[in-house]
Design a protein. Sequence first.
Length: 55
Amino acid sequence: MALLLKKGECFLHIPKTGGSWVSVILKEQGLVHKEIGYHKHIDWTRVAFFPPIAH
């Protein structure tokens, strides 16, 4: 699952790189605007085709 952050960045969880830990910290710090996708390891191709999200 990708995480859209509040300042417009997109975090993609890449397997075996500590992404689970990073995702938890981002959520705990209140930096996540929205989760995108349904699969934990979504790729950029799928994220790029989501409709734009107003901030």
